[in-house]
Write a protein that binds this ligand. Structure first.
Ligand SMILES: *[C@@H]1O[C@H](CO)[C@@H](O)[C@H](O)[C@H]1NC(C)=O
Ligand SMILES: *[C@@H]1O[C@H](CO)[C@@H](O)[C@H](O)[C@H]1NC(C)=O
Ligand SMILES: *[C@@H]1O[C@H](CO)[C@@H](O)[C@H](O)[C@H]1NC(C)=O
Ligand SMILES: *[C@@H]1O[C@H](CO)[C@@H](O)[C@H](O)[C@H]1NC(C)=O
Ligand SMILES: *[C@@H]1O[C@H](CO)[C@@H](O)[C@H](O)[C@H]1NC(C)=O
Ligand SMILES: *[C@@H]1O[C@H](CO)[C@@H](O)[C@H](O)[C@H]1NC(C)=O
Ligand SMILES: *[C@@H]1O[C@H](CO)[C@@H](O)[C@H](O)[C@H]1NC(C)=O
Ligand SMILES: *[C@@H]1O[C@H](CO)[C@@H](O)[C@H](O)[C@H]1NC(C)=O
Length: 377
C-alpha cells in the first residue's frame, strides 16, 4: 500500500509532459542495439545452426505483435529495444542486421541497426556451446558495426559523424550467468574472478564501440536472473530458494555484478572523452515489482509462472503446443526466460524517464537531450 504513487507514477508524469511537447522527429538520428535475447528482433532467424530454444520465429511468440507475427522477438509483443525506440520517436527497433541485404546496410546506418543475438553474452563462447550452438557473439556484433562505420565514413564522413549523437542500447551478461550456474560445479568456481573477467570483457566491448564513434550508451544490467521461471524450477530442485522464491546462487551473482558494472562505466566515462552513459539497475526494478504487487502503473498478478510454457512454472519452454495464458498483461514473464510485453513496457519507461531511482547517473532522455530538462517532479 505504501507504494501507491511510487516512482512509476513520477515517470508517467514526465512522459505526459513529453507528449504535450509533441515528439515528432526522433530524439536521436539512429539507435544501435547490441546484446542478447532481451533485445534481439530476429537476427537468430538467419543463423542456421541456431537451435529452437535460441530462436523465437514460431508461435506463440509474437501473438500480440502486429499481425500476430512471430518475428524472432522473445516476447508476446514488442521487446525492450522496440519500446525504448518508440519512446525515442521510432516505430520500433531498427531491423536485424542479418535481415539486411548488402546494398541496404549503409543506408540503414542513418537510422540504426539491431545487432543483438539471443543466447549471446559478454564471453565470446557464451551461446556458442551446447545451448544455442551458434549465435552472434558481442565481439562479432561490435566488429560488424565497426566495419559498417568504416565503409560509411569512406562514403560520407559527415553522415557517419552522426554516430556520436546516436543511442547505443546494450543488454548483455545474463547468459554468461546462466551458463556459469548451469555448467560450472561450485567447487571449481571463483565467483569474484569470474565476475571480474566478465566486467573486463564488457569494458573491452564498450571501448570497441567508442573507438567506432559511439558516445551515448544506455546499458541494461542483468536483472535478478534467478527469478525467471526456468531458474525458479531449478531453485526448487536444488533447494536453493531465496526470499523472492528464486534461485539464490544466480541472484547472488547478479547482485555482485551490478556494482562492478556501475564502477566500470564510471571509470570509462572518466577515461574516454565525451563518453556518456545511463545505467539501468534492473535488479532494483525487479525487486520493486516483487515488493509492490498492486501498483497503478502496472498490475502484474503472476510473478513466477510463464505465460507461455508447459509444466511447473510454465518453465518447459514456449512453442505452439505449449499452454498460452489469456491475461498476458498480468504476467511478468512471457516464457521460461523472458519478460512479457507489459513488463518490458514498464522497464522501457523507466530507462527513458526514471527520475534517478532505478537509472544512474542520468536517464536516456537526459542522455540524448543534454539541455536542461523541465521535469515536473
Ligand atoms: C557488399 O559486398 C561487396 C562485395 O562482396 C563488398 O565489397 C562490400 O564491402 C559490401 N558492403 C557492405 C556494406 O558490407
Ligand atoms: C560480420 O562479422 C562476421 C564475423 O566476423 C563476418 O563473417 C561478416 O563478414 C561480417 N559482416 C559484415 C557485413 O561486416
Ligand atoms: C552526406 O550526408 C549529409 C548528411 O546526411 C548529406 O546532407 C549530404 O548530402 C551527404 N553527401 C553526399 C555526398 O552524399
Ligand atoms: C578468487 O579470485 C580472486 C581474484 O582473482 C583472488 O583474489 C582470490 O584469491 C581467489 N580466491 C580463491 C579462493 O582462489
Ligand atoms: C570464457 O570462455 C572461455 C572458453 O569457453 C572459458 O575458458 C573462460 O573461462 C570463460 N571466461 C569466463 C569469465 O567465463
Ligand atoms: C557527457 O560527458 C561529458 C564529459 O565527457 C560532460 O562534459 C557532459 O556534461 C556529459 N553530458 C551529459 C548529458 O551528461
Ligand atoms: C524490496 O524489499 C527488500 C526486503 O524484503 C529490501 O531489502 C529491498 O531493498 C526492497 N527493494 C526495493 C527496490 O524496494
Ligand atoms: C491497474 O489497476 C488499477 C485499479 O484497478 C487501475 O486503475 C489501473 O488503470 C490499472 N493499471 C494498468 C496499467 O492497467
Amino acid at each position: 500500500m505504501a507504494s501507491r504513487g511510487g516512482p512509476f507514477t513520477l515517470v508517467a508524469l514526465c512522459l505526459f509532459e513529453l507528449a504535450l511537447h509533441g515528439a515528432a522527429a526522433p530524439l536521436v538520428p539512429a539507435v544501435f542495439v547490441f546484446g542478447d535475447s532481451m533485445v534481439d528482433v530476429g537476427n537468430n532467424n538467419y543463423i542456421e545452426k541456431c537451435k529452437v530454444g535460441c530462436r523465437a520465429d514460431y508461435p506463440h511468440f509474437g501473438v500480440d505483435y502486429p499481425g500476430q507475427a512471430p518475428t524472432g522477438r522473445f516476447s508476446n509483443g514488442y521487446n525492450l529495444a522496440d519500446q525504448l525506440a518508440q519512446l525515442l520517436g521510432f516505430a520500433e527497433s531498427p531491423p536485424p542486421f542479418l535481415s539486411l541485404p548488402n546494398a541496404s546496410l549503409i543506408p540503414q546506418m542513418s537510422t540504426g541497426i539491431n545487432f543483438a543475438s539471443g543466447g549471446s553474452g559478454l564471453n565470446d563462447s557464451t551461446g556458442n556451446g551446447p545451448v544455442c550452438r551458434h549465435v552472434l557473439s558481442l565481439t562479432e556484433q561490435v566488429g560488424n558495426f565497426t566495419n559498417l562505420v568504416r565503409l560509411w565514413k569512406s562514403e560520407n564522413q559527415t553522415a557517419a559523424g552522426r554516430v556520436s549523437e546516436s543511442l547505443f542500447f546494450i543488454s548483455t551478461g545474463s547468459n554468461d550467468l546462466f551458463e556459469y550456474i548451469d555448467f560450472k560445479a561450485p567447487k571449481n568456481r571463483n565467483d569474484t574472478e569470474f565476475l571480474q573477467q566478465l566486467v573486463a570483457f564488457y569494458s573491452d566491448h564498450l571501448k570497441g564501440l567508442y573507438g567506432a564513434g559511439a558516445r551515448r550508451f544506455s546499458v541494461l544490467s542483468p536483472s535478478l536472473v534467478g527469478c525467471c521461471p526456468s531458474q525458479r524450477l531449478i531453485a526448487h530442485k536444488r533447494k536453493d530458494v531465496d526470499k523472492y522464491g528464486c534461485l539464490g546462487a544466480a541472484n547472488t551473482l547478479s547482485n555482485q555484478l551490478y556494482p562492478m558494472i556501475a564502477s566500470m562505466l564510471h571509470g570509462l566515462s572518466l577515461e574516454l572523452p565525451g563518453m556518456n552513459y545511463s545505467l539501468a539497475d534492473s535488479i532494483r526494478m525487479a525487486e520493486f515489482i516483487f515488493n509492490n504487487t498492486h501498483t497503478p502503473a502496472y498490475n502484474f498478478t503472476v510473478l513466477d509462472w510463464a505465460c507461455c510454457g508447459s509444466g511447473k512454472f510454465g518453465a518447459g519452454g514456449c512453442d505452439a503446443s505449449a499452454r498460452l495464458c489469456n491475461n498476458r498483461d498480468k504476467y511478468l514473464f512471457w516464457d521460461d526466460y523472458h519478460p512479457s510485453n507489459a513488463a518490458t513496457e514498464v522497464a522501457a519507461k523507466e530507462i527513458f524517464g526514471d527520475p534517478g531511482i532505478f537509472v544512474h547517473p542520468i536517464n536516456v532522455q537526459q542522455l540524448v537531450e543534454p539541455r536542461p530538462q523541465r521535469m515536473i517532479i
